[in-house]
Design a protein around this ligand. Structure first.
Ligand code: NAD
Length: 502
């Protein structure tokens, strides 16, 4: 039986008076179409809120279907010239974009933190990964591999071409606003497509700032931004007859809506959706290493992370010891506003609505008799802060261990043997990521091969690299971000066969 640590253990560290961003740091707030910000006077607007204190940071305009159509027209007009550039030319532009992000890394990180409330080190990590994504795609675009040109049918030479798809629509979420955009922008442009992106209505600022920063680097129309709501802008992008593919990172519900409206024009669909990553800890695992890794992997970005290590399945013989170690590690997490300094590790939930949603999960778990060994409640004061929480002795099938909470909440269940662990880990509609913790070499190979998840870590969790693919199975969607697989997704294969018998 583990001791319960009172939620009051967590104090919300508040920032200094100085705001993270000044008026001059904010981006222009029109749409970005053909390298110009559109006039925004007199348009309906959406407040952009800082969730650390509920203040309004800026506003953006509510995009309409006509706005999307204008952006698509600009992207179409730019498409053939952009596609005609040789990979080296496009790669050089992507490197220049990366350089521009490097030069403005501090500004972009402060802007991201001011809009999402995430700790500054998390924002800096997002920006560093954004830069690496552009650099990787710049290199990968120049070294694509394909089937060898050869004679496969007697007297005929086959050449397999990789071509851009055309114009791609992109819809991004609020949890890593610029990074999730970069995961799309870099491979889409590298592969020779042009695009229209709709950032989350809650977090549009870094995408707009990025547009402002790269406006002089890209030909007009190659990259366009339309702000607004998913139900209008996102829906028009997915239904637009001249868009060749729609790529969405977001919730399962939005993924289904996008796939439905894309079906009318039979456009390609690329979906990076939710997750509920199981963390399978065997009795021979190094429990201290697992607990220390989960302190980060479960709580990074306040658990608002699709691959978060949020669902622990631990062998019954070591459950008590592991729970003790995890609760101790989680107890040292530092919660606060980004302005509270570099030591802050956990920020607020993105919005009041999401905070209410997470609180609902906490309340219902408590009503079901599930005990929080630490946390389990919201934190008092301004902003949408939730105490880092570990629910213990969670029964099989409980709501909190089944559904994506997307907050700083870990559930611990136990299993009896390997087959039980695998069946329970796979017993979820999601299939994004999982981890396996063991010192046994057979298990370390065998168990990942039996898990239905797009990424499986062994003795670690939430480690990503630009060279390796990221994406889900089952209800977590299809298509891959990062790696050469993303470049493949954003291009099409054409077979040209030459009759050489004449
Ligand atoms: P969300 O689905 O609410 O919103 C994502 C985007 O979709 C927003 O821009 C929104 O405006 C838009 N949208 C909403 N309805 C739409 C519609 N009908 N048509 C087109 N667009 C629509 O998701 P969120 O709350 O912003 O982000 C959290 C979700 O994203 C979580 O489920 C998380 O797991 C997922 N996510 C997945 C990954 C991944 O790589 N798999 C990465 C980050 C986030």
């Amino acid at each position: 039986m583990t001791q319960t640590i009172e939620p009051a253990t967590y104090e919300v560290h508040r920032g200094e008076v100085t705001p993270l961003v000044s008026e001059s740091d904010l981006p222009a707030t029109g749409h970005f179409i053909a390298n110009q910000f559109t006039a925004d006077a007199g348009r309906d607007r959406i407040d952009v809120v800082n969730p650390a204190d509920g203040s309004v940071v800026s506003t953006v305009i509510v995009g309409t279907e006509e706005d999307v159509d204008r952006a698509v027209a600009a992207a179409l007009a730019a498409q053939s010239d952009w596609a005609r550039l040789v990979p080296k030319e496009r790669a050089e532009i992507l490197h220049r974009i990366a350089d521009r992000v490097v030069d403005n890394a501090d500004l972009l990180a402060r802007l991201e933190s001011a809009n999402t409330g995430k700790p500054l080190p998390v924002s800096h990590d997002d920006i560093a990964q954004t830069i690496d994504t552009f650099r990787f795609m710049a290199g990968a675009a120049r070294s694509t591999t394909s089937q060898a040109a050869a004679t496969y049918s007697e007297g005929h030479l086959s050449v397999v071409l990789r071509e851009p798809l055309g114009v791609i629509g992109v819809v991004t979420p609020w949890n890593y606003p610029l990074l999730m955009a970069a995961w799309k922008i870099a491979p889409i442009l590298a592969a020779g497509n042009t695009m229209v992106i709709k950032p989350s209505e809650q977090t549009p600022l870094t995408t707009l700032k990025f547009a402002e920063l790269v406006a002089d680097l890209l030909p007009a129309g190659v990259f366009n931004v339309v702000t607004g709501r998913g139900s209008v802008v996102g829906s028009r992008l997915s239904g637009h007859p001249q868009i060749d593919m729609i790529a969405l990172t977001g919730s399962v519900g939005s993924g289904k809506a996008v796939a439905r409206s894309a079906s009318e024009s039979l456009k390609r669909v690329h979906l990076e959706l939710g997750g509920k990553a199981p963390v399978v800890i065997f009795d021979d695992a190094r429990l201290d290493e697992a607990a220390s890794a989960l302190r980060t992997a479960a709580f990074w970005n306040a658990g608002q992370e699709c691959g978060a290590a949020c669902r622990v399945l631990v062998h019954e013989s070591v459950a008590a010891r592991f729970t003790e170690l995890l609760v101790e590690a989680v107890g040292s997490l530092v919660v606060g506003e980004p302005g509270g300094g570099e030591t802050i590790e956990i920020g607020p939930m993105i919005s009041e609505a999401h905070y209410d949603r997470v609180c609902g999960y906490l309340d219902r778990a408590r009503e079901q008799g599930i005990r929080a060994a630490i946390g389990g409640t919201p934190l008092p004061g301004a902003g949408y802060f939730i105490a880092p929480t570990v629910f213990v002795d969670v029964p099989d099938g409980a709501e909190c261990s089944r559904e994506e909470i997307f907050g700083p909440v870990v559930t611990i269940e136990t299993f009896t043997d390997e087959d039980d662990a695998i069946a329970r880990a796979n017993g979820t509609p999601y299939g994004l990521a999982a981890s396996v913790w063991t010192e046994n070499a057979r298990r370390a190979h065998d168990v990942p091969s039996r898990l239905d998840f797009g990424t499986v870590w062994v003795n670690d969790h939430l480690v990503l690299a630009s060279e390796v693919p990221w994406g889900g199975f089952k209800g977590s969607g299809y298509g891959r971000d990062l790696s050469i697989y993303a470049l493949d997704d954003y291009s099409r294969t054409k077979h040209v066969m030459h009759n050489q018998q004449r």
